[in-house]
Write a protein that binds this ligand. Sequence first.
Ligand SMILES: Cc1cc2nc3c(=O)[nH]c(=O)nc-3n(C[C@H](O)[C@H](O)[C@H](O)COP(=O)(O)OP(=O)(O)OC[C@H]3O[C@@H](n4cnc5c(N)ncnc54)[C@H](O)[C@@H]3O)c2cc1C
Length: 405
Amino acid sequence: MPAGGTTGERSSAPDVIVVGAGVAGLSVAWRSAVSGLDVCVIDPRPLGGASWVAAGMLAPVTELHYGEEALLELNLTSARRFPAFVAELEEAVGRGVEYLQCGTLAVATDAGDREALGELHAFHQKLGLESEVLGPRECRRLEPLLSPSVRGGILVAGDHQVDNRLFTSALLDAVRRAGVEVVEAAAVELDTDGRRVLGVTLSDRTRRPAGQVVLAAGAASASVGGLPPDAVPPVRPVKGQLVRLGASGPGLIGRNLRALVAGSEVYLAPRRDGTLVVGATAEERGEDTAVTAGAVYCLLRDAVRVVPGVTELEVRETCAGLRPGTPDNAPLLGPTTLEGLTLATGHYRNGLLLAPVTGDGIAAYLSSGQVPPELAPFSPLRFRTPRAEQRTQTAAGDDASALGR
Ligand SMILES: Cc1cc2nc3c(=O)[nH]c(=O)nc-3n(C[C@H](O)[C@H](O)[C@H](O)COP(=O)(O)OP(=O)(O)OC[C@H]3O[C@@H](n4cnc5c(N)ncnc54)[C@H](O)[C@@H]3O)c2cc1C
């Protein structure tokens, strides 16, 4: 991951401190700085989290899960904004990030898997999403190196990918070029006067004042100290492991491939440089990021079932990261019960995909105080308990009487 010390040091307090330099925090910082806010980003290891590990699939349709229709809307909005977002980012840093509009082929390897894919296609149709059923021969016409055991599939022409490492490195670069100070330290505590945010305290006990704080620390977002109980984000780490393979010659496949193999899911995302990203597990194991033999074995076993030529590739890297999961698998975007504290976290499986709506939406809120309509369903306040609601209302009543309203 990219190195580089503290940049853009300042003498006065910024408008906004962003805690966390993963894809969420950097998108917010970049779009906020571009819209004229004075921004500081704090992170002990910029790009040291899940964003660096991820596969970079931008797959609102093939990643669709039953019961996540509201999230689908947000995912589709972000996917539509991706080309313009990438174009502006590439222009800002003067290099490409390999946004590949390659589409995704989802395939089944036995009758049960084919039935499951058929149900997914019916769900796509019900929601008016673009997806086409293909027979085994049509699948192999698109991807000649598919295993003869492939029983059919679905082509989703609008599900793409971006090279997550090029994309997030470019965001870090763009943030710095936009004059944002990047401080390489941990934010250990949020400073408040009980009613509103005053700034953050760093690991060396330095205090950093700011008008607003955006908490975007990924799976660690709930562990920053000083958060009032009502404002602690309901985020938990969900471990994901993946394997990066490669070869010097032409790649084995030309588009994203997802497969159901006897009920278990695997995906293969081909990069332009010959890297093939094979992922990913989803494990509830707390903060553990160890790469395990079992996970690598299962990913490779399933990948080989779909594309036998995978056995010839060299293993370039194995890695694990922590997705910021939430109770409804949707992100937490917007203001909290604590004045001046905004959340941009909980992106779970879709942090890369959601970069445009997160960056632009939160930047718009920070500048105007208005939550954009597309973010409204993802307010962090949706998880408030009735007791917390009551406490907030009482506090608001106290405020109103203190002000004579
Ligand atoms: C295996 C795997 C595959 C994935 N594949 C995809 C995919 O194909 N497409 C997709 O869209 N998404 C994918 N995801 C999900 C995606 O990676 C996440 O949703 C996204 O990276 C979350 O971004 P983030 O910025 O919130 O968190 P992170 O990238 O984890 O960044 C959080 C940052 O906060 C910093 N931090 C933590 N604590 C503090 C603190 N106290 N003070 C300051 N900084 C702090 C960390 O150092 C880190 O840099 C995948 C995830 C995994 C694990």
